[in-house]
Design a protein around this ligand. Structure first.
Ligand code: BLA
Length: 243
């Protein structure tokens, strides 16, 4: 279902950047589960290049039961750019939930103006994918922009409209990165390091997928996947409590 999106993302990345593999901890790169109705495979890829310090994407293929593409692109700490976030989920043929956003590191006016306003006209082209759905797990005002695409939709819309939107959002993201001025002041850079780490902690603590990972691959594997790969700068809640 989302394989053409992966292909497009890969083509873009390999054509535009000088990618190096970024290590994925042993055992987390690929896992197969026979627990569900259909065998489930989860596979992840991770790269880096001078402009982008972590590019990760994960595909869960459980046949008819689930098709999921999840991806986050973290810019180098020298850029204060938003992260690019992708979460496309299909369960059965009936439930398709898609989220695509430039995830802001800060919510102040100047930041919004610089990095989020440019999304406005693109967002306006996809009213069918911008449904103003309520968030149950996350706070819409933290690490999400007001121009996110967030929709419950159908397979046809995914293949046509979402694919077009995905290409457009990616293009704008590359353009922003191209135009971004690297930060020089160590204090400014330290602020980005902190904001990206906070994003990992926030995301790991609220990740709505941890139950899904546990049910397919077991609790222990799910925890490692979350804290050692997806959001590696986050500290598990239990560890924080012990301190
Ligand atoms: C929701 N994302 C979800 C849900 C799941 C995942 C299972 C709940 C779906 C439901 O309501 O039934 C799945 N999350 C994943 C997977 C991974 C993950 C498979 O991290 C990792 C492999 N989520 C993101 C990113 C964005 C994001 C990068 O990981 C940003 C675009 C958004 N996911 C997002 C939002 C929701 C969601 C906004 C709705 C959550 C809510 O209602 O609060």
């Amino acid at each position: 279902m989302y394989k053409p999106f992966v292909k497009h993302l890969e083509n873009e990345l390999f054509n535009r950047f000088d990618l190096q593999n970024r290590a994925i901890p042993p055992g987390l790169e690929l896992k197969v589960s026979d627990r569900g109705r259909n065998p489930a495979t989860i596979q992840s890829w991770c790269y880096e290049c001078p402009e982008l310090r972590k590019i990760r994407y994960t595909y869960i293929d459980a046949g008819e039961s689930a098709q999921i593409l999840n991806s986050v692109i973290y810019p180098s700490y020298h850029y204060d750019l938003p992260l690019l976030g992708v979460d496309f989920l299909s369960f059965g043929k009936v439930k398709n939930l898609v989220v695509l956003d430039f995830q802001p590191l800060f919510q102040d006016e100047a930041y919004q103006c610089k990095y989020i306003e440019p999304l406005k006209s693109l967002h306006a082209e996809y009213p069918d994918l911008a449904q103003n759905l309520e968030m149950k797990f996350y706070d819409a005002n933290q690490y999400f922009s007001k121009y996110l695409l967030f929709a419950k939709t159908d397979a046809e819309t995914v293949a046509t409209r979402l694919f077009a939107a995905f290409k457009d959002y990616l293009n704008l993201y590359w353009q922003m990165l191209d135009e971004a001025e690297p930060l020089q002041d160590p204090e400014d850079i330290a602020r980005i390091v902190k904001a990206q780490k906070d994003y990992d902690q926030y995301s790991a603590d609220r990740d709505p997928a941890s139950g899904l990972f546990s049910s397919y691959f077991g609790h222990e594997w799910a925890e490692r996947f979350l804290y050692e790969f997806l959001f590696e700068d986050a500290v598990p809640l239990a560890a924080t409590a012990k301190k």
